[in-house]
Write a protein that binds this ligand. Structure first.
Ligand code: PA5
Ligand code: NI
Length: 184
């Protein structure tokens, strides 16, 4: 017998499988993430910013997680909605992102603080090397969905980026503008 594996719907990036685990991150969870603190406070704390859905998979050395992030369109002040962003706890572990719908940016940053942006669009493939922090930014007007595959042993280290990434992306004068920042 041939096994029918889970699928991902190209139209909306949702998995076609049962037993999906989902986690919603709301505005109130993202303390200190956006630059404009007053604008962040003005947003109701229960405003959903992004949702991650994950397939169930075995865990341990050599195993992989598969998940899709759905990042809503919107801005806090003039800064686009984004994920919290992280290094992997196991720093050397990489990850692959695959754009499914919407348009945005993948912000990548080395341990030395060098940041770069990759354009995310349906079908874009992003190889995130080890030792590289990553954050999705939705610069479009629809939901940005991207599938990710990463080692289950990688873990998340959010604390190392408590000062923020070195670049922020804003809508200013009607244009998408990336700005270097000193301290997040
Ligand atoms: O593994 C990943 O990099 C993604 O699945 C992210 O965890 C997801 O986009 C949510 O971002 P964060 O973990 O930074 O809140
Ligand atoms: Ni990751």
């Amino acid at each position: 017998p041939v096994i029918v594996p889970p699928g991902v719907a190209f139209l909306n990036g949702h998995f076609t499988a049962e037993n999906i685990i989902t986690k919603t991150t709301r505005s109130g969870d993202l303390v200190g993430v956006f630059q404009d603190d007053a604008a962040w406070r003005a947003l109701p704390a229960d405003t959903p910013i992004y949702q991650v859905e994950m397939l169930q998979s075995p865990q341990g050395e050599g195993e992989l997680f598969v998940g899709t992030t759905h990042l809503n369109p919107g801005r806090v002040g003039d800064e686009f909605y984004m994920t919290r962003g992280h290094f992997h706890q196991r720093r050397e572990q990489g990850e692959v992102y695959f754009g499914l719908r919407g348009s945005g940016l993948l912000l990548l940053q080395s341990e030395q603080g060098e940041a770069r942006l990759e354009q995310v669009s349906p079908g874009s493939v992003h190889i995130i090397p080890g030792n590289t922090a990553h954050r999705l930014i939705n610069t479009g007007s629809e939901v940005l969905s991207a599938l990710a595959v990463w080692p289950t042993i990688a873990g998340h280290d959010y604390a190392s980026l408590a000062q923020g990434f070195k670049q922020r992306v804003f809508l200013r004068e009607g244009k998408i503008q990336a700005k270097e920042v000193q301290n997040g």
